[in-house]
Design a protein around this ligand. Structure first.
Ligand SMILES: N[C@@H](CCC(=O)N[C@@H](CS)C(=O)NCC(=O)O)C(=O)O
Length: 206
């Protein structure tokens, strides 16, 4: 019923986890980012900014880009993982889309993938990444999940925190964020959706 254009990245893993959670069958169309598959004309037709993930409903032939929009589409379609407080879920989902993901993504670039190329970039995004850990930890000290119940906001955030070893911030020091992370990590759908891409993952151990 679905085709997921993806690779082993946090944004793509949000969708494979969600599809496993709502038990919708899908096949994966691997987009090789290093070879530049994302810039091919056919792919640009379904992803204007040449980004993964893209989801295709193979029954309607409709395609969807932007991981947050895809999660909302799947939550609406299935009636699952929006929680009872949709406004709250949207706030934490949008915070992930607009801030948590992009900032941690820059931290990956400066701290891990291009270490030594810009002290300013390394320092700036290291501090921002620590700030994100602290805010999430504070929030999760008072809430079991980001938006009261397990929701697409948690699904969107998990694959970014799953890269904690390359963040070098020390997840264990953030006990509430760690508790949340361990709970999600044990969910069968999270394991299956995340591990789907493990063999393609870079760095390989993450
Ligand atoms: N806001 C977009 C971001 C997607 C995104 O940045 N995807 C990355 C992988 S996680 C990508 O396709 N990178 C390829 C490139 O930049 O050339 C979303 O959440 O879907």
């Amino acid at each position: 019923m679905f085709e997921l254009f993806a690779n082993a990245t946090p944004n793509a893993r949000k969708i494979s986890i969600m599809l496993e959670e709502i038990q919708k069958p899908f096949k994966v169309n691997y987009i090789n980012l290093e070879k530049g598959d994302q810039f091919k004309d056919d792919f640009k037709k379904i992803s204007p900014f040449s980004k993964i993930p893209v989801l295709k409903n193979t029954i309607t032939n409709q395609t969807y880009f932007e991981s947050g929009a895809i999660l909302i589409y799947l939550a609406d379609l299935s009636g699952k993982f929006y929680g009872h407080n949709k406004d709250l879920t949207n706030q934490w989902l949008m915070a992930q889309m607009a801030y948590v993901g992009p900032m941690l993504g820059q931290h990956h670039q400066f701290h891990y993938y291009n270490h030594g190329r810009s002290k300013f970039g390394e320092d700036r995004f290291f501090e921002i990444a620590k700030f994100i850990y602290k805010i999430l930890d504070d929030h999760l000290s008072k809430n079991e999940f980001l938006a009261q119940e397990y929701s697409i906001a948690d699904i969107a955030t998990f694959p970014w925190i799953a890269r904690h070893t390359i963040h070098d911030i020390g997840l264990a020091n953030y006990i509430h964020l760690s508790r949340w992370y361990e709970v999600l990590k044990e969910r069968p759908a999270v394991i299956k959706g995340y591990d789907l891409f493990l063999d393609k993952s870079y760095p390989p151990e993450i």
